[in-house]
Design a protein around this ligand. Structure first.
Ligand code: ME8
Length: 491
């Protein structure tokens, strides 16, 4: 049976244009989705936008637009990001999609029917930017610890979800599923907080109308997080179709700030609704600037579309995936993109391809020579290690290992000096070209455009899992040297 792999990103607030943090999360998830496709698995990759709630309603008003006009415009920016950055999603879900709204109502109803919803009154300090209540002690001088804006005192009737009831079940679940919270180092903090006790969760609002009306009481609108988390099952057409095939999701990829929602609230909602929880939640780090956090108030938010226009999407993707260990925070600086671009993509990879293709043109009439790959070079590729790294979501280690092989190919050419070997270059050139083909396939999840160009220039056709072995490059195939893969840049 074909293995399945369902991976999701968080769904982004389209309250403003996308920033580099959004692009980062999508890029790492995309590399994982592409990797699993490469292995021949059946993959479903979802991403999208989280469009309801007070924050969006307010932003729309400020922009003098209806919420609908506003989210349509903004959501299109996130889709554009996906197109420019080669984010190969299978579904871009918007929480305003009618099928999602229907599934949200259905799941609320299930939780209601289970007896886990009751009417009460909520009084609390709310940050609309986080769409979250805070306890007085967690505020900083009365301000939201994340946004620095004043928390508002909100008092309203509200339906509550009996989350407290699920504390024991959740702790048992954590115990039985040690790989649920990843990286594992993140687990203890969450488990300890759960042990301190779970409070029931307020899950409806009457203070805004841009949301999903509750089936049992349409004056109330579903709390935006309750609605948003459900996207992971509505994206696969719960309870039918792809849901049957792909649920439980293999991994939800999210940032540190929203780990409580995903590791605690979401499994409790699913317990109540009688749905199996996802297999894992991977918590990645935050992209920061040398000066600290990116924030709108500081006016230092990095625009990913501007970056891809100036440096090329492959180079920005490469920097993010290569420089930032997945799971840790990373510092963004443009000079670091330039450094990786020049030293590794242009020098190591692009030059190698060009050198090998020129030599094949000069010595073999521009045709892949008849030979087999030198085992002395083939052993330099540690495919097992790359596979293990990817299984463990260590994307940065996998990419480093692939680049080690590219370096080994350069060293091989330098050592063998094929330009001096008149009449005996076949073995060396075949080995180099076949190894470049392997490198291109392995790099395709990370730098898909460059990988496609490499394969085309080498005369290799479309590839699948079975091409991930040496000696698959066909002798006699015409090579097609094109423009250099990565031009060096001074930017
Ligand atoms: O939280 N670096 O949306 P969002 C890395 N709608 N990742 C970052 C980041 C940064 N500087 N800033 C944000 C939401 N992120 C909700 C999610 S999911 C059911 C609902 C990450 O637009 C953040 O951690 O604020 C989150 O995973 C994603 O971007 C969307 O953040």
């Amino acid at each position: 049976m074909v293995k399945k792999f369902y991976i999701t990103t968080a769904i982004d607030y389209p309250s403003a244009r996308p920033h580099l943090g959004h692009a980062y999360e999508k890029t790492v998830s995309d590399s994982l989705a592409r990797w699993h496709r490469l292995l021949g698995e059946e993959v479903f990759f979802s991403t999208g936008t989280d469009e309801h709630g007070l924050k969006i309603q307010r932003k729309a008003r400020q922009a003098k637009k209806t919420p609908r006009e506003f989210v349509d415009e903004m959501s299109a920016e996130f889709k554009k990001l996906c197109a420019e950055w080669d984010i190969s999603f299978d579904r871009f879900i918007r929480t305003t999609d009618p099928d999602h709204e229907e599934v949200s109502r259905k799941i609320f109803q299930k939780v209601f029917d289970k007896g886990d919803i009751y009417l009460g009154e909520y009084e609390g300090l709310y940050c609309a930017d986080c769409e979250q209540y805070y306890l007085e002690k967690d505020l900083v001088n009365g301000n939201c610890p994340v946004h620095g804006t004043k928390a508002e005192l909100v008092r309203e009737p509200s339906y509550f979800f009996r989350m407290s009831k699920y504390q024991k079940q959740l702790l048992d679940f954590f115990e039985k599923n040690p790989g649920f919270i990843l990286p594992r180092a993140r687990k203890a903090e969450i488990v300890n907080r759960v042990k301190e006790g779970l409070r029931d969760l307020s899950v409806s609002r009457t203070s805004f109308s841009w949301g999903i009306a509750l089936p049992n009481d349409p004056k109330h609108f579903l709390y935006v997080w309750f609605d948003a988390l459900i996207n992971y099952v509505s994206a696969v057409d719960y309870p039918k179709g792809n849901f049957k095939k792909f649920w439980p999701a293999d991994v939800h990829v999210i940032g540190t700030d929203i780990s409580w929602f995903h590791c605690v609230i979401w499994p409790c909602m699913l317990f109540s609704a009688g749905i199996e929880p996802p297999k894992s939640v991977f918590i990645h780090g935050f992209i920061k600037l040398p000066s600290g956090k990116m924030s709108k108030s500081k006016g230092n938010v990095v625009d990913p579309l501007d970056l891809s226009t100036r440096f090329g999407s492959d180079s920005v993707r490469y920097f993010l995936l290569r420089d930032i260990p997945f799971g840790e925070d990373g510092v963004f600086e443009e000079r670091l993109i330039v450094e990786r671009h020049n030293s590794e993509l242009a020098n190591e990879l692009g030059n190698l391809l060009n050198r090998v293709l020129v030599l094949i043109e000069k010595n073999c009439n521009g045709e892949i020579p008849q030979a087999t790959t030198d085992s002395a070079l083939a052993v330099k590729l540690n495919l097992k290690k790359i596979q293990t790294n990817m299984e463990r979501f260590e994307t940065h280690l996998a990419l480093a290992e692939i680049m080690n092989f590219v370096k080994a190919c350069n060293a091989y050419i330098n050592e063998k000096e094929p330009w001096k070997l008149t009449g005996k270059q076949q073995k060396v050139l075949y080995s180099a070209a076949d190894s470049l083909r392997m490198a291109a396939i392995l790099l395709s999840p990370f730098v898909p455009r460059a990988a496609g160009k490499m394969l085309e220039q080498l005369g290799a056709g479309p590839f699948g899992k079975n091409d991930l072995q040496f000696n698959k490059l066909k002798a006699g195939t015409k090579t097609k040297r094109g423009e250099v893969l990565f031009k060096k840049t001074e930017k």
